[in-house]
Design a protein around this ligand. Sequence first.
Ligand code: ATP
Ligand code: MG
Length: 254
Amino acid sequence: MNRIIAIANQKGGCGKTTTAVNLATALANLNRKVLLIDLDPQGNASIHIGIKIYDLERSIYDVLVDPERMIKSVIMPTGINGLDIAPANIELSGAEIELVNVIGRESAFKDSLDDIDKEYDYILIDCPPSLGLLTLNALNTAHEVIIPVQTEYFALEGMRKLLKTIDVVTKRLNHNLIIAGILPTMYDARTKLSEEILKRIKEHFKDKVYKTRIRKNIRLAEAPSFGVSIEKYAPHSFGAQDYHKLAEEVISYE
Ligand code: ATP
Ligand code: MG
């Protein structure tokens, strides 16, 4: 059975996209067939993987607003063996408004995956920094959610709201949804603060916290501007090592 994993946290800049792209690539390198879905109007995951988002003929937007359109029709190859992408661009910001009065608007996305879910071992969904209709569609579709949490002072702010949303989705819409794990990101071993926050995250979420922590690594911040994953941009960097380790940890729960 395949695994559909949403990468979500309404907090901006906590490492969702970096995790979605580099975990997807690392899983593909471990011989898994992976689809990365960009569900953020910023289109950051698409840009990161080298897609020219302004020239797109079709994107995930078309899938959301047209009940007849299946996701298969917007999937593109990435140039990485085993990894495909369903890209997004700013057009997607209209979907949230257009869907408001549509019946079954929380399922607009889920139903479009029917024809492909057997083709991939992993489907990763990069969510936008909000708890609006796009994130709701992702949570309604996923089996699991990974929550990246930056090991910085305000990291846990807003977590209560996120967990409450996940709880409501689990009860009302998607009984299969589980929290796969809390992922500490941008960890800086040189600062006491990072260590302190990590300690608090672990106290709070106990065994739900991934063993892998993603260290702060400038290479991870540079890679997007070259339109390639960390494994391609700097294969020996801490960033590449950490995401490889995360992929192995994710696979260990198969
Ligand atoms: P948004 O909420 O806007 O979608 P996000 O949660 O997807 O943001 P990212 O875009 O992945 O967050 O990361 C925010 C910024 O931090 C980016 O510039 C990214 O390159 C950088 N970054 C992410 N992870 C790391 C890391 N481990 N070390 C250094 N820089 C990082
Ligand atoms: Mg992002």
